[in-house]
Design a protein. Structure first.
Length: 468
Protein backbone atom coordinates (compact mmCIF):
# COMPACT_ATOMS: atom_id res chain seq x y z
CA UNK A 1 0.00 0.00 0.00
CA UNK A 2 1.36 3.41 -0.97
CA UNK A 3 2.16 6.00 1.69
CA UNK A 4 -0.46 8.41 0.33
CA UNK A 5 -3.19 5.77 0.73
CA UNK A 6 -2.19 5.38 4.37
CA UNK A 7 -2.11 9.14 4.99
CA UNK A 8 -5.56 10.11 3.72
CA UNK A 9 -9.02 8.49 3.90
CA UNK A 10 -10.13 6.07 1.21
CA UNK A 11 -11.84 7.77 -1.75
CA UNK A 12 -15.60 7.25 -1.59
CA UNK A 13 -18.20 7.18 -4.37
CA UNK A 14 -21.80 8.28 -3.96
CA UNK A 15 -23.99 5.67 -5.63
CA UNK A 16 -27.57 4.53 -6.06
CA UNK A 17 -28.84 0.96 -6.28
CA UNK A 18 -31.67 0.92 -8.85
CA UNK A 19 -33.93 -2.10 -9.29
CA UNK A 20 -37.42 -3.08 -10.24
CA UNK A 21 -39.76 -3.81 -7.35
CA UNK A 22 -39.50 -7.55 -8.06
CA UNK A 23 -35.68 -7.45 -7.69
CA UNK A 24 -35.38 -4.92 -4.85
CA UNK A 25 -35.23 -7.49 -2.07
CA UNK A 26 -32.49 -9.49 -3.82
CA UNK A 27 -30.50 -6.33 -4.62
CA UNK A 28 -30.58 -5.06 -1.03
CA UNK A 29 -29.74 -8.51 0.33
CA UNK A 30 -26.70 -8.61 -1.98
CA UNK A 31 -25.62 -5.17 -0.78
CA UNK A 32 -26.06 -6.19 2.86
CA UNK A 33 -23.98 -9.33 2.38
CA UNK A 34 -21.14 -7.39 0.74
CA UNK A 35 -20.61 -5.20 3.82
CA UNK A 36 -19.05 -2.40 1.77
CA UNK A 37 -21.98 0.00 1.30
CA UNK A 38 -23.22 2.63 3.75
CA UNK A 39 -26.83 3.52 2.96
CA UNK A 40 -27.93 7.12 3.44
CA UNK A 41 -31.15 8.39 4.95
CA UNK A 42 -33.31 7.29 7.84
CA UNK A 43 -35.21 4.03 8.00
CA UNK A 44 -38.71 3.44 9.35
CA UNK A 45 -39.38 1.60 12.59
CA UNK A 46 -39.47 -2.19 12.31
CA UNK A 47 -42.87 -3.73 11.69
CA UNK A 48 -44.53 -6.60 9.91
CA UNK A 49 -45.06 -10.32 10.11
CA UNK A 50 -41.36 -11.17 10.52
CA UNK A 51 -41.07 -8.84 13.54
CA UNK A 52 -44.08 -10.42 15.25
CA UNK A 53 -42.67 -13.90 14.66
CA UNK A 54 -39.29 -12.84 16.03
CA UNK A 55 -40.88 -11.39 19.16
CA UNK A 56 -42.72 -14.64 19.79
CA UNK A 57 -39.50 -16.64 19.50
CA UNK A 58 -37.63 -14.23 21.79
CA UNK A 59 -40.06 -15.01 24.59
CA UNK A 60 -38.75 -18.58 24.53
CA UNK A 61 -35.42 -19.58 26.14
CA UNK A 62 -32.50 -19.54 23.68
CA UNK A 63 -29.49 -21.87 23.98
CA UNK A 64 -27.46 -19.68 21.60
CA UNK A 65 -27.62 -16.39 23.48
CA UNK A 66 -27.67 -13.16 21.45
CA UNK A 67 -29.27 -13.30 18.01
CA UNK A 68 -26.97 -12.33 15.11
CA UNK A 69 -29.03 -11.31 12.04
CA UNK A 70 -28.48 -13.26 8.83
CA UNK A 71 -30.17 -13.39 5.46
CA UNK A 72 -31.41 -16.17 3.23
CA UNK A 73 -30.52 -15.70 -0.43
CA UNK A 74 -34.14 -16.18 -1.42
CA UNK A 75 -37.13 -14.87 0.49
CA UNK A 76 -38.49 -17.45 2.91
CA UNK A 77 -41.96 -17.95 4.31
CA UNK A 78 -42.08 -16.34 7.76
CA UNK A 79 -44.17 -19.12 9.33
CA UNK A 80 -41.58 -21.67 8.19
CA UNK A 81 -38.71 -19.70 9.73
CA UNK A 82 -40.66 -19.37 12.98
CA UNK A 83 -41.42 -23.07 13.04
CA UNK A 84 -37.70 -23.83 12.61
CA UNK A 85 -36.76 -21.32 15.32
CA UNK A 86 -34.56 -19.30 12.95
CA UNK A 87 -34.30 -16.09 14.95
CA UNK A 88 -31.24 -15.02 12.97
CA UNK A 89 -33.03 -15.15 9.60
CA UNK A 90 -36.11 -13.45 11.00
CA UNK A 91 -33.94 -10.66 12.46
CA UNK A 92 -32.26 -10.27 9.08
CA UNK A 93 -35.61 -10.05 7.30
CA UNK A 94 -36.81 -7.40 9.76
CA UNK A 95 -33.80 -5.18 8.98
CA UNK A 96 -34.03 -5.85 5.26
CA UNK A 97 -37.73 -4.94 5.18
CA UNK A 98 -36.95 -1.58 6.78
CA UNK A 99 -34.57 -0.73 3.93
CA UNK A 100 -37.08 -1.98 1.35
CA UNK A 101 -39.74 0.35 2.76
CA UNK A 102 -37.28 3.28 2.90
CA UNK A 103 -36.38 3.02 -0.80
CA UNK A 104 -37.30 5.88 -3.14
CA UNK A 105 -39.87 4.82 -5.72
CA UNK A 106 -40.85 5.99 -9.17
CA UNK A 107 -43.36 3.87 -11.01
CA UNK A 108 -42.30 0.25 -10.76
CA UNK A 109 -38.65 1.11 -10.02
CA UNK A 110 -37.02 1.76 -6.64
CA UNK A 111 -33.64 3.14 -5.57
CA UNK A 112 -31.53 3.53 -2.46
CA UNK A 113 -28.59 5.93 -2.15
CA UNK A 114 -25.36 5.37 -0.27
CA UNK A 115 -21.56 5.51 -0.16
CA UNK A 116 -19.06 2.89 -1.23
CA UNK A 117 -15.24 2.88 -1.51
CA UNK A 118 -14.28 3.59 -5.12
CA UNK A 119 -12.18 0.42 -5.26
CA UNK A 120 -15.33 -1.67 -4.58
CA UNK A 121 -17.59 -0.06 -7.18
CA UNK A 122 -16.95 -2.49 -10.03
CA UNK A 123 -17.25 -5.56 -7.83
CA UNK A 124 -20.55 -4.33 -6.39
CA UNK A 125 -21.83 -3.47 -9.86
CA UNK A 126 -21.18 -7.03 -11.04
CA UNK A 127 -22.86 -8.60 -8.01
CA UNK A 128 -25.93 -6.38 -8.35
CA UNK A 129 -26.22 -7.18 -12.06
CA UNK A 130 -26.57 -10.85 -11.12
CA UNK A 131 -29.39 -9.86 -8.76
CA UNK A 132 -31.22 -7.93 -11.49
CA UNK A 133 -30.21 -4.45 -10.30
CA UNK A 134 -27.85 -1.67 -11.35
CA UNK A 135 -25.32 0.49 -9.51
CA UNK A 136 -25.31 4.12 -10.67
CA UNK A 137 -22.62 6.61 -9.64
CA UNK A 138 -23.98 9.98 -8.55
CA UNK A 139 -22.35 13.42 -8.31
CA UNK A 140 -21.51 14.60 -4.80
CA UNK A 141 -23.09 17.89 -3.70
CA UNK A 142 -20.53 20.35 -2.31
CA UNK A 143 -22.34 20.55 1.02
CA UNK A 144 -22.37 16.77 1.56
CA UNK A 145 -19.31 15.24 3.23
CA UNK A 146 -18.60 11.58 2.53
CA UNK A 147 -17.99 9.16 5.38
CA UNK A 148 -14.41 8.54 6.43
CA UNK A 149 -12.72 5.17 5.94
CA UNK A 150 -9.07 5.12 6.98
CA UNK A 151 -6.69 2.61 5.46
CA UNK A 152 -6.19 -0.53 7.51
CA UNK A 153 -2.48 -0.83 8.27
CA UNK A 154 -1.59 -3.00 11.26
CA UNK A 155 1.20 -0.66 12.24
CA UNK A 156 -1.14 2.35 12.43
CA UNK A 157 -4.65 1.04 13.02
CA UNK A 158 -3.66 -0.56 16.34
CA UNK A 159 -3.17 2.97 17.71
CA UNK A 160 -6.18 4.58 16.05
CA UNK A 161 -8.20 4.47 19.27
CA UNK A 162 -6.08 7.41 20.44
CA UNK A 163 -7.54 9.59 17.68
CA UNK A 164 -11.03 8.04 17.67
CA UNK A 165 -11.43 8.85 21.35
CA UNK A 166 -11.19 12.54 20.38
CA UNK A 167 -13.29 12.45 17.21
CA UNK A 168 -13.63 11.05 13.71
CA UNK A 169 -11.23 12.33 11.07
CA UNK A 170 -12.93 14.39 8.37
CA UNK A 171 -13.03 12.98 4.84
CA UNK A 172 -10.63 15.62 3.48
CA UNK A 173 -8.15 15.46 6.35
CA UNK A 174 -4.82 13.69 6.76
CA UNK A 175 -4.83 10.81 9.23
CA UNK A 176 -3.06 12.19 12.35
CA UNK A 177 -2.59 8.79 14.01
CA UNK A 178 1.18 8.38 13.39
CA UNK A 179 1.90 11.86 14.75
CA UNK A 180 -0.50 11.37 17.67
CA UNK A 181 1.20 8.14 18.71
CA UNK A 182 4.70 9.64 18.59
CA UNK A 183 3.55 12.69 20.54
CA UNK A 184 1.79 10.61 23.20
CA UNK A 185 4.64 8.20 23.89
CA UNK A 186 7.26 10.98 23.93
CA UNK A 187 5.25 13.04 26.41
CA UNK A 188 4.45 10.01 28.54
CA UNK A 189 8.06 8.83 28.52
CA UNK A 190 9.36 12.26 29.54
CA UNK A 191 7.03 12.29 32.56
CA UNK A 192 7.50 8.61 33.45
CA UNK A 193 11.22 8.27 32.76
CA UNK A 194 12.46 5.20 34.59
CA UNK A 195 14.03 2.08 33.10
CA UNK A 196 12.52 -0.29 35.65
CA UNK A 197 9.03 1.19 35.65
CA UNK A 198 9.02 1.49 31.86
CA UNK A 199 9.98 -2.16 31.33
CA UNK A 200 7.35 -3.27 33.87
CA UNK A 201 4.71 -1.29 31.96
CA UNK A 202 5.81 -2.79 28.64
CA UNK A 203 5.68 -6.27 30.17
CA UNK A 204 2.15 -5.64 31.44
CA UNK A 205 1.20 -4.58 27.92
CA UNK A 206 2.51 -7.86 26.48
CA UNK A 207 0.65 -9.76 29.19
CA UNK A 208 -2.55 -7.88 28.30
CA UNK A 209 -2.13 -9.03 24.71
CA UNK A 210 -2.09 -12.68 25.72
CA UNK A 211 -4.47 -12.72 28.66
CA UNK A 212 -7.76 -14.57 28.31
CA UNK A 213 -9.34 -12.81 31.26
CA UNK A 214 -13.01 -12.01 30.67
CA UNK A 215 -12.65 -8.83 32.73
CA UNK A 216 -9.73 -7.46 30.68
CA UNK A 217 -10.89 -8.88 27.36
CA UNK A 218 -12.42 -5.60 26.20
CA UNK A 219 -9.07 -3.84 26.75
CA UNK A 220 -6.92 -6.41 24.95
CA UNK A 221 -6.75 -4.43 21.72
CA UNK A 222 -5.10 -1.56 23.61
CA UNK A 223 -1.95 -3.55 24.41
CA UNK A 224 0.31 -1.59 21.99
CA UNK A 225 -0.14 1.58 24.07
CA UNK A 226 1.47 0.35 27.31
CA UNK A 227 4.20 -1.43 25.33
CA UNK A 228 5.15 1.64 23.30
CA UNK A 229 4.78 4.00 26.26
CA UNK A 230 6.77 1.69 28.54
CA UNK A 231 9.67 1.34 26.12
CA UNK A 232 9.80 5.11 25.64
CA UNK A 233 9.74 5.61 29.41
CA UNK A 234 12.65 3.16 29.70
CA UNK A 235 14.58 5.18 27.09
CA UNK A 236 14.06 8.37 29.09
CA UNK A 237 15.04 6.41 32.19
CA UNK A 238 18.46 5.82 30.63
CA UNK A 239 18.70 9.54 29.85
CA UNK A 240 17.80 10.38 33.46
CA UNK A 241 19.83 7.60 35.08
CA UNK A 242 16.70 6.25 36.81
CA UNK A 243 15.90 2.56 37.35
CA UNK A 244 13.39 2.11 40.17
CA UNK A 245 14.71 5.46 41.33
CA UNK A 246 18.32 6.67 41.63
CA UNK A 247 19.59 3.18 42.36
CA UNK A 248 22.72 3.48 40.20
CA UNK A 249 21.67 0.46 38.13
CA UNK A 250 21.98 2.50 34.92
CA UNK A 251 24.26 5.44 34.04
CA UNK A 252 22.93 8.96 33.54
CA UNK A 253 23.24 9.64 29.82
CA UNK A 254 21.84 13.17 29.89
CA UNK A 255 20.75 14.71 33.19
CA UNK A 256 19.32 13.92 36.60
CA UNK A 257 15.88 15.57 36.94
CA UNK A 258 16.42 16.34 40.62
CA UNK A 259 19.77 18.03 39.99
CA UNK A 260 19.00 19.98 36.80
CA UNK A 261 15.30 20.95 36.90
CA UNK A 262 15.79 24.16 34.88
CA UNK A 263 17.43 22.28 32.02
CA UNK A 264 14.60 19.75 32.11
CA UNK A 265 12.04 22.57 32.05
CA UNK A 266 13.71 24.14 29.00
CA UNK A 267 13.76 20.76 27.27
CA UNK A 268 10.04 20.27 28.02
CA UNK A 269 9.21 23.65 26.48
CA UNK A 270 11.36 22.74 23.46
CA UNK A 271 9.57 19.42 23.02
CA UNK A 272 6.23 21.20 23.31
CA UNK A 273 7.24 23.79 20.72
CA UNK A 274 8.30 21.05 18.29
CA UNK A 275 5.01 19.16 18.76
CA UNK A 276 3.00 22.35 18.32
CA UNK A 277 4.90 23.16 15.12
CA UNK A 278 4.06 19.71 13.75
CA UNK A 279 0.39 20.09 14.72
CA UNK A 280 0.26 23.50 13.02
CA UNK A 281 1.71 21.92 9.88
CA UNK A 282 -0.92 19.17 9.87
CA UNK A 283 -3.62 21.74 10.60
CA UNK A 284 -2.53 23.90 7.66
CA UNK A 285 -2.60 20.90 5.31
CA UNK A 286 -6.08 19.96 6.55
CA UNK A 287 -7.47 23.48 6.21
CA UNK A 288 -6.15 23.58 2.62
CA UNK A 289 -7.74 20.23 1.79
CA UNK A 290 -11.02 21.25 3.46
CA UNK A 291 -11.47 24.78 2.18
CA UNK A 292 -8.67 25.71 -0.19
CA UNK A 293 -5.76 28.18 0.09
CA UNK A 294 -7.76 31.02 1.66
CA UNK A 295 -8.88 28.80 4.54
CA UNK A 296 -5.32 27.59 5.07
CA UNK A 297 -4.05 31.18 5.05
CA UNK A 298 -6.51 32.75 7.51
CA UNK A 299 -7.31 29.92 9.93
CA UNK A 300 -5.92 30.08 13.50
CA UNK A 301 -4.67 26.53 12.90
CA UNK A 302 -3.26 27.50 9.51
CA UNK A 303 -0.59 29.84 8.18
CA UNK A 304 -1.86 32.78 10.28
CA UNK A 305 -1.46 30.72 13.43
CA UNK A 306 1.98 29.50 12.36
CA UNK A 307 3.19 33.07 11.83
CA UNK A 308 2.02 34.09 15.31
CA UNK A 309 3.51 30.95 16.87
CA UNK A 310 6.90 31.30 15.16
CA UNK A 311 6.94 35.06 15.57
CA UNK A 312 6.35 34.97 19.32
CA UNK A 313 8.97 32.22 19.70
CA UNK A 314 11.59 34.09 17.68
CA UNK A 315 10.85 37.40 19.42
CA UNK A 316 11.22 35.89 22.89
CA UNK A 317 14.36 33.98 21.89
CA UNK A 318 15.95 37.03 20.29
CA UNK A 319 15.18 39.18 23.31
CA UNK A 320 16.48 36.55 25.77
CA UNK A 321 19.68 35.75 23.89
CA UNK A 322 20.32 39.33 22.84
CA UNK A 323 19.88 39.00 19.08
CA UNK A 324 17.99 42.15 17.99
CA UNK A 325 17.61 41.06 14.37
CA UNK A 326 15.91 37.80 15.42
CA UNK A 327 13.65 39.65 17.85
CA UNK A 328 12.64 42.20 15.19
CA UNK A 329 12.03 39.47 12.60
CA UNK A 330 9.92 37.51 15.06
CA UNK A 331 7.88 40.59 15.92
CA UNK A 332 7.24 41.19 12.22
CA UNK A 333 6.14 37.59 11.73
CA UNK A 334 3.79 37.78 14.72
CA UNK A 335 2.33 41.07 13.47
CA UNK A 336 1.66 39.58 10.03
CA UNK A 337 0.00 36.58 11.67
CA UNK A 338 -2.20 38.81 13.83
CA UNK A 339 -3.26 40.77 10.74
CA UNK A 340 -4.22 37.55 8.94
CA UNK A 341 -6.10 36.29 11.99
CA UNK A 342 -8.00 39.57 12.19
CA UNK A 343 -8.92 39.34 8.51
CA UNK A 344 -10.12 35.76 8.93
CA UNK A 345 -12.18 36.45 12.03
CA UNK A 346 -13.67 39.61 10.48
CA UNK A 347 -14.61 37.70 7.34
CA UNK A 348 -16.33 35.10 9.47
CA UNK A 349 -18.07 37.61 11.79
CA UNK A 350 -19.54 39.79 9.01
CA UNK A 351 -20.04 43.54 9.01
CA UNK A 352 -20.72 46.16 11.66
CA UNK A 353 -19.24 47.28 14.96
CA UNK A 354 -20.29 44.07 16.70
CA UNK A 355 -18.36 42.05 14.11
CA UNK A 356 -15.23 44.15 14.68
CA UNK A 357 -15.51 43.67 18.44
CA UNK A 358 -15.99 39.94 18.03
CA UNK A 359 -13.00 39.66 15.69
CA UNK A 360 -10.82 41.68 18.09
CA UNK A 361 -11.70 39.46 21.04
CA UNK A 362 -11.03 36.31 19.00
CA UNK A 363 -7.63 37.63 17.86
CA UNK A 364 -6.59 38.39 21.44
CA UNK A 365 -7.79 34.95 22.54
CA UNK A 366 -5.89 33.22 19.73
CA UNK A 367 -2.63 35.01 20.58
CA UNK A 368 -2.97 34.36 24.32
CA UNK A 369 -3.68 30.70 23.64
CA UNK A 370 -0.50 30.35 21.59
CA UNK A 371 1.60 31.50 24.55
CA UNK A 372 -0.46 29.52 27.08
CA UNK A 373 -0.24 26.33 25.02
CA UNK A 374 3.55 26.49 24.84
CA UNK A 375 3.84 27.10 28.59
CA UNK A 376 1.42 24.23 29.22
CA UNK A 377 4.11 21.80 28.13
CA UNK A 378 6.08 22.74 31.25
CA UNK A 379 4.04 20.01 32.92
CA UNK A 380 6.26 17.47 31.12
CA UNK A 381 9.10 18.64 33.35
CA UNK A 382 6.91 19.10 36.43
CA UNK A 383 5.54 15.58 36.40
CA UNK A 384 8.91 14.16 35.41
CA UNK A 385 10.34 15.82 38.54
CA UNK A 386 7.46 14.47 40.63
CA UNK A 387 8.14 10.94 39.41
CA UNK A 388 11.86 11.26 40.18
CA UNK A 389 11.14 12.81 43.61
CA UNK A 390 8.78 10.02 44.68
CA UNK A 391 11.23 7.36 43.49
CA UNK A 392 14.06 9.12 45.35
CA UNK A 393 12.04 9.24 48.58
CA UNK A 394 11.30 5.53 48.35
CA UNK A 395 14.92 4.64 47.60
CA UNK A 396 16.34 6.81 50.39
CA UNK A 397 13.80 5.44 52.88
CA UNK A 398 14.80 1.88 51.98
CA UNK A 399 18.54 2.57 52.21
CA UNK A 400 18.09 4.31 55.56
CA UNK A 401 16.42 1.20 56.97
CA UNK A 402 19.03 -1.23 55.64
CA UNK A 403 21.12 -2.87 58.36
CA UNK A 404 20.08 -5.75 60.58
CA UNK A 405 18.25 -8.71 59.00
CA UNK A 406 14.90 -7.47 60.31
CA UNK A 407 15.57 -3.91 59.20
CA UNK A 408 16.78 -5.13 55.79
CA UNK A 409 13.60 -7.15 55.32
CA UNK A 410 11.59 -4.04 56.17
CA UNK A 411 13.74 -2.02 53.74
CA UNK A 412 12.95 -4.48 50.93
CA UNK A 413 9.24 -4.26 51.78
CA UNK A 414 9.35 -0.46 51.75
CA UNK A 415 11.25 -0.44 48.45
CA UNK A 416 8.83 -2.84 46.72
CA UNK A 417 5.64 -1.29 48.13
CA UNK A 418 6.88 2.22 47.44
CA UNK A 419 7.75 1.40 43.83
CA UNK A 420 4.38 -0.28 43.30
CA UNK A 421 2.60 2.80 44.65
CA UNK A 422 4.80 5.19 42.64
CA UNK A 423 4.35 3.12 39.49
CA UNK A 424 0.54 3.02 39.78
CA UNK A 425 0.16 6.68 40.69
CA UNK A 426 2.60 8.08 38.17
CA UNK A 427 1.46 5.85 35.30
CA UNK A 428 -2.07 7.15 35.79
CA UNK A 429 -1.00 10.78 36.14
CA UNK A 430 1.40 10.69 33.18
CA UNK A 431 -1.19 9.00 30.98
CA UNK A 432 -3.88 11.55 31.85
CA UNK A 433 -1.54 14.51 31.36
CA UNK A 434 -0.26 13.18 28.02
CA UNK A 435 -3.85 12.78 26.82
CA UNK A 436 -4.71 16.25 28.07
CA UNK A 437 -1.85 17.81 26.10
CA UNK A 438 -2.73 15.70 23.07
CA UNK A 439 -6.37 16.76 23.04
CA UNK A 440 -6.22 20.43 24.01
CA UNK A 441 -2.88 21.59 22.64
CA UNK A 442 -2.34 19.38 19.58
CA UNK A 443 -5.65 18.00 18.29
CA UNK A 444 -7.34 21.39 18.64
CA UNK A 445 -5.08 22.57 15.79
CA UNK A 446 -5.33 19.45 13.66
CA UNK A 447 -9.12 19.09 13.78
CA UNK A 448 -11.66 21.71 12.66
CA UNK A 449 -14.91 19.84 13.20
CA UNK A 450 -15.52 16.12 12.97
CA UNK A 451 -16.38 13.78 10.17
CA UNK A 452 -18.36 10.58 10.54
CA UNK A 453 -16.86 7.14 10.34
CA UNK A 454 -17.82 4.88 7.42
CA UNK A 455 -20.40 2.43 8.78
CA UNK A 456 -21.29 -0.12 6.10
CA UNK A 457 -24.53 -2.03 6.32
CA UNK A 458 -23.65 -5.68 6.81
CA UNK A 459 -25.97 -8.64 7.24
CA UNK A 460 -24.26 -11.76 5.84
CA UNK A 461 -25.98 -14.53 3.94
CA UNK A 462 -26.53 -17.76 5.81
CA UNK A 463 -24.37 -20.09 3.73
CA UNK A 464 -26.15 -23.13 5.14
CA UNK A 465 -29.55 -21.80 4.03
CA UNK A 466 -29.32 -22.99 0.42
CA UNK A 467 -31.97 -25.68 0.34
CA UNK A 468 -35.12 -24.92 -1.71
Amino acid sequence: MRARELAVPTRMARVAIVAGEEHLRAALATAADSGCLELAGSVPAPEGEALEALRRLERLPSPNGRTVPRLARRERVVTELERRGRRDLLAGEVELSRRVRAALRHGRYAAVVGWIPEMDVEGMRSRLAEAGAALVELPRPRWVEPPTLLADSSGVSRFRALVDSYGSVRYADVDPTPFAVVAFVVMFGMMFGDVGHGLVLATLGLWLRRTRSSILGSYRELWPFPVAAGLTAALFGFLYGEAFGPTGLVPTLWLSPMEEPITLLAAAIGVGAALLAASYTLGTVNRWREGGPLSALLAPSGIAGILVFLGVGLAVTGWYVGWPAVAIGGSGSATAGVALLAAGFKLEAGRGAAAVTQATVEVVDAVVRVVANVISFARLAAFGLMHAALATIVFEAATALWGTPAASALAVLVFVAGNVLTFALEALVAGVQALRLEYYELFSRIFAGEGHRFAPWHIPFDTAEEEP
